[in-house]
Ligand binder design. Structure first.
Ligand code: SF4
Ligand code: SF4
Length: 141
């Protein structure tokens, strides 16, 4: 039994929202409807305001997938990537079968773990979907 999953490489995400917009356009969603949105992790004062105090400032972004996300089953059944994955300009997203060790998803998980990334799922809060994993390297190289 396949388990469709998406891996987010947090260290590659630039917070551009292309994932969200490509989903919205591709699925003809209403203006106020999103299947994935992008959280800014920083000071909380807006997308251009990092947290911390100079020179020790930080900012990162995390796409968060909602329960309405279908993982683009209508595309993946034909061997295509989900629209958000295909269109991410930073190649921060990887799709594949979490149960298949040879899938693009599983291979990328192992590749990033070998490079020192931690890989985890976030708690499935109300409104978020499961089988989305986040990879992040916490120590600088
Ligand atoms: S996951 Fe990719 S498309 Fe989405 S905000 Fe990050 S860099 Fe942009
Ligand atoms: S996997 Fe498909 S449905 Fe889910 S957020 Fe990405 S583009 Fe939208």
């Amino acid at each position: 039994m396949a388990t469709p999953a998406i891996l987010v490489n947090v260290n590659r995400c630039t917070g551009c929202w292309t994932c969200s917009m490509s989903c919205k356009v591709g699925h003809k969603l209403d203006l106020d409807e999103y299947r994935v949105h992008v959280n800014t992790i920083g000071s909380g004062n807006g997308v251009d305001s990092p947290g911390g105090t100079w020179p020790n400032v930080f900012m990162k972004w995390e796409p968060v997938y909602g329960k309405s996300c279908t993982m683009c089953a209508e595309r993946t059944v034909d061997g295509l990537e989900p629209m958000c994955v295909f269109n991410c300009p930073a190649k921060a997203l990887t799709y594949g079968d979490a149960d298949d060790p040879n899938s693009a998803f599983s291979k990328r998980v192992e590749e990033l773990k070998a490079k020192g990334f931690g890989v985890s799922q976030k708690p499935v809060w109300e409104g978020t979907r499961d089988n989305v994993y986040y990879a992040e390297r916490v120590t600088a190289i």
